[in-house]
Structures are given as structure tokens and as C-alpha cells.
Design a protein. Structure first.
Length: 152
């Protein structure tokens, strides 16, 4: 799976006293229930509608971009998932080059993943304003803005 769900789950379990993971969506031919069994730091919601998703976003501090991009021979991407997180005021954690880093006003909200205690401290200490990020994302990631850049 491009999402690298096992890697993410193992990372969360390693630092569970400091992190909580919400898994939303249908797994891609993979049953990860065995990985999350007896874990108080992981909640699995399955597929949810847009209203439920917007409520869950209010409890989140970060979104996680697709992991394991190298499994499909990619090192750079701009998935809609990361755009959705940013537009909902959530910084994103990635382990590939996300093209949102090309936008000066947004790049501080794209955080490079690193499997370390220092990374956890970075996340815990990370300060941002969801309203500001939402506003920036809606301006700089809108189709109008992106088209203007492409067709100037």
C-alpha cells in the first residue's frame, strides 16, 4: 500500500503516550486490525461521510500524507489528501517531497517525517493557527491560483 499504514501504526505505538492516531477510510486489501488491537492510541473509523470527517478534523492536530511512495517509484507528489488536510487547517506529515513545499506561504506546514524522539518533540512543540492555515491554503491551493501560475 502506498499509505504505509503499518509503518505509521508502529510509529504511533512506539510513542503512544504522546500521540493518538485516527484512521479513516477503507484499507486497500489489507487488514490492519491485528496491528491496532489492544491499542488505546489508535481509533479506526472506516469510511465516513463529509460531515463526520469535518467533525473528526476538529480533533486532529496533523494530517499524514501517503507513506511508502517509493513502493510505486515516486519521491515527489502532490496528493489531494495533503491538500484537503491543509485546507482544513491541518499541517501535514510526509516522507516524500510534497509540492506544497514549493509555495513559500505553505511550506512551513509540510513537515518531514523522521522516526525519532526528536521528531515527536517537534510535533508536540509545533505551534500554528488553524484559521490562518485554512486561509492561506484556500488562497494558494485554489484552482484559480494554480491555473494562474501555470498559464502566466
Amino acid at each position: 500500500s502506498v499509505h504505509g499504514i503499518v509503518e505509521i501504526i508502529e510509529f504511533i505505538k512506539k510513542f503512544q503516550r504522546n500521540l493518538h492516531l485516527f484512521i479513516i477510510g477503507k484499507p486497500n486489501n489489507f487488514c490492519f486490525q491485528e496491528y491496532i488491537r489492544n491499542s488505546s492510541c489508535i481509533d479506526y473509523y472506516g469510511e465516513v461521510n463529509a460531515n463526520t470527517l469535518s467533525v473528526i478534523y476538529k480533533y486532529m492536530d496533523f494530517g499524514i500524507g501517503a507513506f511508502k511512495m517509493e513502493s510505486v517509484d515516486l519521491s515527489e507528489a502532490c496528493p489531494l489528501k495533503t491538500r484537503e488536510y491543509l485546507e482544513n487547517g491541518l499541517p501535514v506529515i510526509v516522507n516524500y517531497y510534497d509540492c506544497a513545499k514549493d509555495i513559500d506561504e505553505i511550506k512551513a506546514y509540510v513537515i518531514d517525517y523522521d522516526d525519532s524522539q526528536e521528531f515527536i518533540k517537534t510535533l508536540i512543540d509545533y505551534k500554528y493557527d488553524k484559521k490562518i492555515l485554512k486561509a492561506l491554503s484556500r488562497v494558494y491551493l485554489s484552482w484559480d491560483t494554480l491555473y494562474r501560475e501555470v498559464f502566466k
